[in-house]
Design a protein around this ligand. Structure first.
Ligand SMILES: [Zn+2]
Length: 498
């Protein structure tokens, strides 16, 4: 598990905004970003070593000083807004040239402030929380959030690059757009929007800090979309992943639990507690649903079922049931089956049999909210292993193609890692990555590499030798597909081009 890196973000308040309906500036992150691409967020980023060289007046600590300095730098770099004192004497043109000095590296942030006699004052940066990225991600941040009034005569604009767009919006409207499943955002963003939607009250900061997750404690429940709780649990899974996502899909009356995968007691207890909370609010657990048979997706099923009194049915595809030894499947889910939850709002999931990673693999599609639960067919962290005989490359590519043809997708919830806000882009990347591999493998066979081992050495130059055994399994899956396509064949122990 990686150590979180220090980061800072700015919630920029519009000048003279209506305190009962405050407007903030939110941004959409570029689709190309590996970390939370396509998400709505606030400007911010990782702290630089030089951020701590800036002297911030009235800062309560050297740590806070570095965070404020970093927040101000990110705000300037991403939106062109300079939240310094002395800056009001600068013209817009001067600010643009300062930004160019900083971006081109001609001047460091501390040198730039010094040179133009600008200074930062901690009183302009209201601390409103500190959030740590959950450990399901390889890149983690410990982010300090600051509320900052946009300085007079400055207008934020998105500097193209990490961000795709940005706009002033009433916090309430932004929050409602999340409720309508129009945007994807992480918990601190949502919490800020929801808190600000209550107005700039005297107890605003207290309301911001009321959640313990706003004080550095890692959040367990992550709602990228309303009614879909992602609850990552630690599992013995494949690196770089360390966790498997359990999903809790709920209406006012019913709850579906997908993939309670942890075999560890502490994690099982944490999940059971979350389920109990949802039950205490008046819901009934409808079923425990399995996307596929792998141990990191089913490791906590029996314990959770027992915790729930033993009568909650476990549902999965019949081919999952057929190969599962330790877990009993009580109901089969067929391709195309609709699961409709009772209660508010209406949630309807359609099951898709999508083999490739495993024979009985299922995905679940909520057409109305643009959600696709992708299981291990597409993941937000690491790569997907296609390991024969459960794994089948022809099936996998067909499944990916089918997923990509679904209408109205706006978010993918994978079995590992954060949600993905660029569904179609992600699916086509997965397909082209596999086709590229296939092309290289066929080429290697034509050049005389006859065993998976020889092929891996030629083709998987981007993979560490430690992962070669795994890569050989993937090559075998590709070879089986190429054989089915008539491009290669097995002669004795060696693969040759047909
Ligand atoms: Zn799996």
């Amino acid at each position: 598990m990686s150590t979180p890196k220090d980061a800072a973000a700015v919630i920029l308040l519009r000048q003279d905004t209506d305190p009962t309906q405050p407007e903030i500036f939110w941004v959409k992150r570029s689709d190309k970003l590996a970390f939370l691409g396509g998400f709505h967020a606030f400007p911010g980023g990782q702290i630089d070593a030089s951020d701590s060289e800036v002297e911030v007046r009235n800062a309560p600590s050297t740590e806070a000083s570095a965070m404020i300095s970093g927040a101000a730098r990110e705000l300037f770099e991403e939106l062109g807004v300079l939240a310094t004192h002395g800056g009001d004497l600068l013209t817009k043109g001067q600010r643009v040239s300062l930004l160019d000095d900083l971006e081109s590296g001609r001047m460091s942030w501390p040198a730039l402030l010094k040179h133009y006699e600008l200074y930062l004052d901690a009183n302009d940066f209201t601390f409103v929380g500190r959030w740590v990225t959950p450990p399901f991600n390889a890149r983690r941040f410990d982010t300090w959030f600051f509320l900052v009034n946009c300085p007079p005569k400055q207008e934020p604009h998105v500097v193209p690059g990490e961000l795709a767009s940005g706009e002033w919006i009433k916090a309430r409207d932004a929050y409602e757009s999340w409720l309508r499943a129009e945007v994807v955002a992480v918990p601190p963003t949502l919490h800020a929007l929801q808190t600000l939607a209550g107005g700039l009250t005297n107890d605003l900061v207290e309301r911001f800090l009321a959640r313990r997750h706003a004080r550095g404690e890692t959040a367990r429940r992550i709602e990228f979309r309303p009614h879909y709780i992602c609850f990552p649990v630690r599992t013995p899974t494949r690196p770089p992943a360390t966790h498997t996502n359990c999903y809790l899909v709920h209406t006012s009356e019913e709850l579906l639990i997908f993939d309670p995968g942890s075999p560890y007691e502490d994690e099982q207890q944490a999940l059971a507690q979350c389920v109990d909370e949802l039950i205490a609010e008046g819901r009934k657990v409808r079923e425990i649903v399995l996307t596929h048979l792998h141990p990191d997706h089913v490791g906590g099923v029996n314990v959770l079922k027992k915790h729930l009194g033993g009568s909650v049915p476990v549902a999965a595809h019949r081919m999952t049931a057929q190969f599962l030894t330790d877990v009993q499947v009580d109901r089969f889910i067929e391709d195309g089956e609709e699961i409709v939850l009772t209660g508010e709002p209406r949630i309807q999931l359609r099951a898709l049999h999508t083999p490739g990673h495993a024979l009985g693999h299922l995905c679940f599609h909520d057409d109305q909210r643009g959600v696709l639960l992708t299981g291990d067919n597409i993941v937000g962290l690491g790569s997907v292993l296609i390991d024969p005989p459960q794994g089948n490359m022809s099936d996998y590519l067909a499944s990916l193609k089918r997923m990509g043809e679904l209408p109205n997708l706006s978010v993918l919830f994978g079995g590992h890692g954060p949600a993905m806000a660029t569904p179609y882009q992600k699916i086509s990347e997965y397909i082209s990555h596999r086709l590229e591999r296939e092309k290289n493998i066929l080429e290697a066979v034509r050049e005389g590499a006859g065993t998976p081992k020889e092929i891996v050495e030629r083709v998987y130059t981007d993979v560490s030798p430690k992962a070669y055994a795994m890569a050989e399994r993937a090559v075998l899956a590709h070879l089986e597909k190429l054989a089915a396509d008539g491009s290669v064949q097995l002669e004795g122990n060696l693969w040759v081009a047909s």
